[in-house]
Design a protein around this ligand. Structure first.
Ligand code: ZN
Length: 342
């Protein structure tokens, strides 16, 4: 279900944990209209923590396996329901994740966590399947932009789609869930605008290939909130209602959380983020920063939208990542801490 049928009561003194809730001015017609619109936001969302993959992959340092395992286990203790653990890319291409097997071997996760791994191709899936009992979902990816796809994986989008179709078939035969991620869904650093029709046609093909969830990636932080809202309204109308639509925003230009609000307004209740604002995309150089998980959780919980995540525990995990990397990370909550409503 992407939209809550029975919107939350936000017009009273409620809101999460004693926060002021819908605290608009005391008079005027706008109050009821705004609150009515807000009541259509989802009551809860699902967050997938992608820091151990999207984050570690794009930071210059190579963390020791034991450090990664400790950070993943700290994340798992926050209540986050889904974690992307690593990627089975070629170790010589991404040395930061060359220890994918060891991470899966060593990490201990609570039973409620849905663990996923990023799979670049069929060879990567065969490597991962040796640890089949350690994860329940795979993520496969392509770019909506032909040029970005060629820069990223050296193949055409059509060739990537064919590969994903075979990969998903094999994964489903193993009982794995399949998440398809479409990079550059909102714009491409090489081609500029990416037609929504093209993105949604690829999404349809990926659903036909067996994906139960589609992640739409703003890979280099080009999206704006109006574009995002219109995109997801169209996506929800065009794609089967049983398919989970996930928003994956980067904070490259500081618009990540504004884009989250726009996606919520279009009924999206599934998001990906990275603790500490780690990561980004290596293509093109200089593009950095997924939205920070702790900033996302803080905003949602302050709005009365449940995440199931313990914010202080999440900040502690981000702080541990900061210490492990030995430099300051950029999330706002790491500096400011949670809102204090004393
Ligand atoms: Zn990303």
């Amino acid at each position: 279900m992407l939209l809550s049928d029975n919107g939350r009561e936000l017009t009273g003194t409620g809101g999460a944990k004693g926060t002021p809730g819908c605290a608009f001015g005391p008079s005027g017609p706008s109050r009821s209209n705004v609150c009515a619109a807000m009541s259509e936001l989802p009551a809860s969302v699902r967050i997938r923590e992608v820091g151990p993959r999207d984050g570690f992959q794009n930071e210059p340092e190579v963390l020791a396996t034991d450090v990664k395992v400790r950070l993943i286990e700290l994340l798992a203790a926050t209540g986050v329901p889904r974690i992307e653990l690593t990627s089975f890319v070629r170790p010589d291409v991404i040395p930061q994740l060359a220890d994918a097997e060891q991470v899966l071997e060593r990490v201990t996760l609570p039973a409620h966590i849905s663990a996923s791994v990023l799979i670049p191709n069929e060879r990567g899936l065969e490597r991962a399947l040796r640890y089949r009992d350690r994860f329940s979902e795979i993520s496969g990816f392509l770019s909506a932009s032909e040029t970005h796809n060629r820069h990223n994986v050296g193949r055409s989008t059509g060739e990537s789609l064919d590969g994903l179709t075979r990969t998903f078939a094999r994964a489903r035969a193993e009982g794995l869930g399949c998440v398809a991620v479409i990079a550059t869904s909102f714009g491409c650093p090489y081609e500029g605008q990416v037609p929504v029709q093209r993105v949604l046609a690829l999404a349809s093909d990926l659903i036909a290939a067996g994906a139960h969830e589609i992640g739409f990636g703003d890979t280099t932080g080009m999206a704006n909130p109006l574009q995002v809202r219109e995109f997801f309204v169209r996506a929800r109308a065009a794609l089967p209602s049983g398919t989970e639509l996930t928003a994956h925003f980067h904070n490259t230009r500081g618009q990540g959380l504004a884009n989250v609000l726009a996606a919520l307004e279009a009924g999206v209740d599934s998001f990906e983020s990275s603790f500490g604002e780690l990561g980004g995309c290596p293509v093109p150089a200089g593009a950095t920063g997924n939205i920070a998980s702790e900033d996302l959780v803080s905003m949602l919980e302050e709005m009365g939208i449940a995440t199931g995540i313990d914010l202080p525990a999440l900040i502690a995990a981000a702080r541990a990542a900061q210490e492990a990397l030995g430099r300051r990370l950029t999330s706002h909550l790491l500096s400011a801490g949670p809102v204090d409503w004393r």
